[in-house]
Design a binder for this molecule. Structure first.
Ligand SMILES: Nc1ncnc2c1ncn2[C@@H]1O[C@H](COP(=O)(O)OP(=O)(O)OP(=O)(O)O)[C@@H](O)[C@H]1O
Length: 494
C-alpha cells in the first residue's frame, strides 16, 4: 500500500467533520473519493497532504507510520496535492510558480532558471498547454491557472497524488490530456486519490471508489460492475429521479441581442440572440473566448466594438455596477478571484449584490433582504453552521451555491452563469437545474457557459460553440451530441 489511513477523525470548532475513516491507496490505482457537498472529502484530502492534523487515528505513508505531518513533510514523503482552488503567486511567472519551494539548484546553491523553464515547458506540453514559462500568472485565465497548478503538482515527481476536482474548469480536450497523463502515472505505479463530482469520470479513469456521507465512510468498492445510479444512491442515500427536467419551448420575445461584439484577442464579431424561455449554452476550449465574452457582457471589461440590446434597448457595457443595475447577474468561474468575499459571512455574501436596494443606513439589516437570503439558503440547500458563518469555512460546493444565491437575492433578470455547477454534488445539481428552469419560465434570461458537455446537452435549448474567439457552431438541443460539440470546439466543424 502507498497510503493507509486508520480511524481518522477531525472536528472544527466542536463540529465533527470526519468520523473514524479508513482509507487505502494501492500502487497504480486511481481511487475516487466521492460524496455530497460538505461530506468531508476535501478535509480528508487535506489530512493526507498535511494541511490539517487528525484529532484521532494514524496513517502509514509509503510504509512509514505517521500520526501527523506538515505539507512540506508530505511533499518529502512523496505526496503531492492539487487543490480545488489554485494557490499560485500572481506576480511570479509560470515556471517560478511550478517550481516554487522545489527549485532545481546548481551545486545545491543557485537556482537553475534554465532547467526550471525547460521542465515547465515539457510538463505543460504534455498537458497540451503551450503556455510560455515566463508569463506572469496574473495574466492567465482561470483555466490556465488550473493547468499551472496541475503542472506544479506533477513537477514534484511524487508517487501519491491527491487531486481535488482537477477537471472542474477544464474542457473535454484538456481533460482527455490529463487522463492520458494519469494513465501513464498508473503504469509507473503512482497512486492517485481523485475527488470529483463528475461521475462519468469515475467510470472513465478510477479503479476503486470510496463514498463519504456526513463525515462517515459508507463503502469502498471496485468501480467495475458498479452502475451510476447505484453510486448516486450510495452518495445521496436515496434514488435520484431524472437529472435534467424536460425543456420548455422558448417564446419569440427577444431578451438579449449581441451584435458584432469584439474584444481582440479574446473574441471577434460575436452575434447571438437570447429569447424568453430559453437556456442558451456557450462552450469552447480554454482560450476560446467564452470567459472574456461573459465578463464583457457583465461590464467587467469593455468591448472594442459591437452592441448589446437588453429588452430591445441598447445597453452600454461600462461596469459591473451598471450591469447589476440593469438586472444582470454573473457567476464568475473563479470563486476566489472575484466571486466571493471569503472573510465575510454567508448572509453578507448573499446580499452584497442587492446593496443598492438597501437603505444606506440600514445596510445588511434590511429584513426583506435577510429573508430573501434565508430563502436562498434553503432553496439551494447551502450547508453552513449558521448564516453568520464566514464563507471561507464552507465546503467548495456550498461556496459555489452562495455565488448563485446572491443573484437570486438580487432578483436578477439576466443570469450569466460561467461553470455554475462547478464542485456541486449530483443531488444539488439536479435541484439547481430545476431552479434554472423555473427562473426561465418566470421570464428571466439564462446563459450557461460550461465545459461539462452532458450539462450543456441536458440543460440548454441551444448551444453556441466558440473556437479561437469566434462562434463556429450553433446547435439546437435536438441535434446536440458530444462528438459535434467536441469537433466544433476543435475548429473542425464544416
Ligand atoms: N477550516 C474549517 N473550519 C470550519 N469548518 C470547516 C473547515 N473546513 C471544512 N469545514 C467544514 O467541514 C465540512 C466538510 O467540508 P469539506 O470541504 O471537507 O467537504 P467536501 O466533501 O470536500 O465538500 P465539496 O464537495 O463541497 O467540496 C463542511 O461542513 C465544512 O463547512
Amino acid at each position: 500500500m502507498l497510503l493507509q489511513m486508520r480511524g481518522i477523525s477531525k472536528s472544527f470548532y466542536g463540529v465533527q467533520v470526519l468520523d473514524g475513516i479508513d482509507f487505502d491507496l494501492r500502487p497504480g490505482e486511481v481511487h475516487a473519493l466521492v460524496g455530497e457537498n460538505g461530506a468531508g472529502k476535501s478535509t480528508l484530502a487535506k489530512l493526507m497532504s498535511g494541511v490539517y492534523r487528525p484529532d484521532d487515528g494514524y496513517m502509514i505513508v509509503n510504509g512509514k507510520p505517521v500520526s501527523a505531518y506538515t505539507p512540506i513533510e508530505a511533499q518529502r514523503m512523496g505526496i503531492s496535492m492539487i487543490y480545488q482552488e489554485s494557490c499560485l503567486v500572481p506576480e511570479m511567472s509560470v515556471a517560478e510558480n511550478v517550481f516554487l519551494g522545489s527549485e532545481p539548484r546548481w551545486l545545491g546553491l543557485f537556482s537553475n532558471a534554465m532547467k526550471m523553464k525547460r521542465e515547465t515547458k515539457s510538463i505543460l506540453r504534455s498537458l497540451g498547454m503551450p503556455l510560455h514559462p515566463n508569463t506572469k500568472v496574473k495574466n492567465l485565465s482561470m483555466s490556465e491557472h488550473h493547468i499551472v497548478a496541475i503542472a506544479k503538482a506533477l513537477s514534484l515527481k511524487a508517487n501519491i497524488f491527491v487531486m481535488d476536482e482537477p477537471t472542474a474548469s477544464l474542457s473535454d480536450a484538456e481533460r482527455i490530456r490529463l487522463f492520458a497523463m494519469i494513465r501513464r502515472f498508473k503504469e509507473e505505479g503512482v497512486g492517485i486519490v481523485y475527488i470529483t463530482h463528475r461521475l462519468n469520470e469515475i467510470f472513465d479513469i478510477c479503479d476503486r471508489v470510496t463514498v463519504l456521507r456526513d463525515g462517515k465512510k459508507v463503502v469502498t468498492t471496485s468501480v467495475t460492475g458498479l452502475a451510476e445510479n447505484q453510486l448516486v444512491k450510495l452518495m445521496v442515500g436515496r434514488e435520484l429521479a431524472q437529472i435534467f427536467p424536460p425543456l420548455s419551448k422558448p417564446t419569440d420575445k427577444e431578451l438579449l441581442r449581441v451584435e458584432n461584439l469584439t474584444r481582440k484577442p479574446w473574441f471577434e464579431n460575436i452575434d447571438f440572440r437570447l429569447n424568453e424561455g430559453e437556456i442558451l449554452g456557450i462552450t469552447g476550449l480554454i482560450g476560446s473566448g467564452t470567459e472574456g465574452l461573459a465578463k464583457t457582457i457583465f461590464g467587467e471589461v469593455q468591448p472594442e466594438s459591437g452592441k448589446v440590446y437588453w429588452n430591445r434597448e441598447p445597453i452600454l457595457l461600462k461596469s459591473p455596477r451598471q450591469a447589476i443595475a440593469s438586472g444582470f447577474g454573473y457567476v464568475n468561474r473563479d470563486r476566489i478571484e472575484s466571486g466571493l468575499f471569503m472573510d465575510m459571512n454567508v448572509y453578507h455574501n448573499l446580499t452584497i449584490a442587492s446593496l443598492k436596494k438597501i437603505h444606506r443606513y440600514h445596510l445588511l439589516k434590511d429584513q426583506p433582504e435577510q429573508d430573501k437570503a434565508l430563502d436562498a439558503i434553503i432553496q439551494l440547500d447551502i450547508k453552513a453552521r449558521d448564516p453568520e458563518q464566514e464563507i471561507k469555512f464552507l465546503s467548495g460546493g456550498n461556496q459555489q451555491k452562495v455565488m448563485l444565491g446572491k443573484w437570486l437575492v438580487a432578483e436578477s433578470d439576466l443570469y450569466i452563469l460561467d461553470e455554475p455547477t462547478r464542485g456541486i454534488d449530483v443531488a444539488s445539481k439536479s435541484e439547481l437545474y430545476v431552479l434554472l428552469h423555473e427562473l426561465v419560465r418566470e421570464g428571466k434570461g439564462m446563459i450557461v457557459i460550461s465545459s461539462d458537455m452532458s450539462e450543456l446537452i441536458g440543460l440548454c435549448n441551444r448551444i453556441l460553440v466558440m473556437h479561437e474567439g469566434r462562434i463556429v457552431d450553433e446547435i439546437a438541443h435536438e441535434e446536440a451530441s458530444q462528438e459535434r460539440i467536441l469537433q466544433s470546439a476543435a475548429g473542425m466543424h464544416r
